[in-house]
Design a binder for this molecule. Structure first.
Ligand SMILES: [Zn+2]
Ligand SMILES: [Zn+2]
Length: 530
């Protein structure tokens, strides 16, 4: 433990502070009981950008906690937003729900409380697996409980001021009919416009386009503030200290700019420290959701990327820099880099250029840095091994041929199992064909090795029969035998792939064969040499 603390001390005394530490310090210096807010609009498919928001929020939370502050992270689900259109991924009959709050629309699968929960719950469950410690708050419940009533009341009373602020800040023409609050029509269930002059706390009347004239109670879930007023109203309700949000909200004249003035001048509270983040660009080819107009969803990213790697990915660069999320071969590079920084952290050996990434590794543990370095298995090797067994036990059986597990901890095994699951998910939907293979249980039919090939395998069997079954021995036998054969080294490798996996290329042969049962391999070679 003390050894570990030494490293924490070492890494935090950097010349250039990590961005999360910079923000954390500002938050800790200015707030007694800091609250970090993040949010999500679950109107449809949840994008990888939402992950960036959740992880950025959690990273700042844990960095503030690391400074000894009592800090809280909340995750606001915008469950009272209207359904804006009948998206392609929805059944046609959802047309009739357009304009209604998503908390009041039935869930498409029948297993959730409502539309909002249907889309956001799997994501929330997955975010939990990333170690994000947050309180989930459903906006529609805040409205139901009257939490917004004070802000709505102020917005009605100072409506002209709100209109002036929006005009001043956004530069757009002032709209005298601007409605900062929209009642939900009790007849048709859709958001509609209020009759401003009728407002008398807590009621406002409305004339809906469906023909219904009604009265909304602002202390109940009878209506909602528009986004530009709702956002600062949330700051007032929660006393938000800092909040990450997409850069679109941070543009000049955008909703953070107007929110800043509305929170000060209408609600009388200070706006949070802004943490605008850049978008996440998707690379690689996903074959799963062409119909959604999106190749990789936030949930996919969680399912295919080990949580520790995903946390690290969003921490190693400043939020104002774009991130490429590569669901192709880049996935392997990401995992490799994480493992390398983990080794650097525990050995305390790294260059100045790596300082920031090592600190990113440390923060990505959310104040639960392992006491000793976790057992690592090269990710690329794991990708191969996962294709050699159907179950985790099977994978362990293969790994045990080459790995010593005598000192691994229960946490190491848990991490390994998570990684195996991620690799499998990745292989099933996103991995390029070049990394995929399947060990043929019998010699592939129609194999034409010719006399040269047969002799090569005979020689190979002679040399392998009594050899030590490890990667480097296997590798040198193959390359020596290949060189002595007219096949040459290259031809030798190709021949071996063709008899084992029916392809001309595949995983690195040394570790690959060492991971297989020796007699299985030798029997195959004998079979094809006859
Ligand atoms: Zn559902
Ligand atoms: Zn209506």
């Amino acid at each position: 433990m003390t050894e570990n603390l030494f490293y924490i001390g070492y890494v935090t005394h950097l010349i250039t502070m990590h961005w999360a530490d910079v923000i954390a310090k500002e938050v800790a210096d200015t707030c007694d009981h800091p609250l970090i807010a993040t949010g999500i609009s679950p109107t449809g498919i949840i994008h990888v950008g939402s992950l960036r928001e959740a992880i950025t929020g959690e990273s700042v939370r844990s960095a503030v906690e690391g400074l000894g502050k009592d800090v809280k992270l909340i995750y606001l689900v915008d469950s009272f937003d209207p359904l804006r259109k009948c998206y392609d991924f929805l059944p046609k009959e959802y047309e009739k729900y357009v304009g209604m709050p998503i908390s009041r629309i039935p869930c498409p699968c029948g297993k959730h409380k409502n539309y909002a929960q249907h889309f956001v719950q799997p994501f929330l469950d997955a975010v939990d697996s990333l170690g994000v410690k947050c309180e989930i708050i459903w906006t529609h419940e805040l409205y139901d409980k009257g939490e917004f009533a004070e802000a709505i009341d102020l917005t009605f009373k100072k409506r002209q001021q709100v209109i002036d602020i929006l005009h001043d800040v956004s530069g757009k023409e002032a709209n005298p009919n601007y409605a900062p609050y929209n009642p939900v029509c009790e007849k048709c269930g859709r958001f509609t416009n209020p009759v401003f002059e009728s407002y008398k706390y807590p009621y406002v009347e409305y004339d809906c386009s469906c023909g219904h004239h009604g009265k909304a109670d602002i202390t109940k879930g009878d209506g909602k503030l528009t986004w530009r007023c709702e956002w600062p109203a949330k700051w007032a309700i929660f006393g938000t200290s800092a909040e990450p949000f997409g850069k679109d909200h941070a543009a000049a004249g955008g909703s953070y700019d107007t929110g800043k003035r509305i929170s000060r001048e209408i609600y009388g509270v200070e706006p949070p420290i802004p943490i605008p983040y850049e978008f996440v660009q998707l690379k690689g080819v996903g074959q799963m959701h062409k119909s959604l107009g999106c190749s990789v969803t936030g949930l996919d990213a969680i399912n295919m990327t080990p949580p520790e790697v995903l946390n690290y990915l969003f921490l190693r660069v400043n939020p104002n820099k774009a991130i490429d999320y590569d669901s192709g071969l880049g996935m392997l590079d990401m995992a490799d880099e994480y493992d390398r920084m983990e080794r650097a952290f525990f050995s305390a050996e790294f260059t100045e250029a790596e300082e920031n990434s090592v600190r990113a590794y440390e923060i990505s543990q959310h104040n639960h840095v392992p006491v000793k370095q976790p057992h690592q298995i090269p990710y690329r090797h794991l990708v191969n091994v996962v294709q050699m067994a159907d179950t985790f036990e099977g994978v362990m059986g293969v790994l045990e041929r080459t790995e010593d597990f005598s000192t691994v901890s229960a946490d190491d095994l848990k991490r390994l199992e998570r990684r195996v699951n991620c690799v499998r998910f990745w292989l099933n939907g996103f991995a390029p064909d070049s990394v995929k293979f399947c060990v043929c249980q019998t010699a592939p039919p129609g194999l034409e090795l010719g006399i040269t090939g047969k002799v090569f395998f005979k020689d190979l069997v002679n040399r392998m029969n009594d050899c030590v079954w490890d990667a480097s021995t296997i590798n040198s036998i193959i390359s020596d035998t290949g060189k002595e054969s007219p096949l040459g080294s290259k031809g030798a490798f190709k021949a071996i792939y063709s008899v084992l996996i029916g392809k001309t290329a595949g995983p690195r042969l040394g570790p690959f064969l060492a991971s297989m049962d020796k007699s299985f391999v030798i029997n195959r070679f004998i079979q094809v040499s006859q």
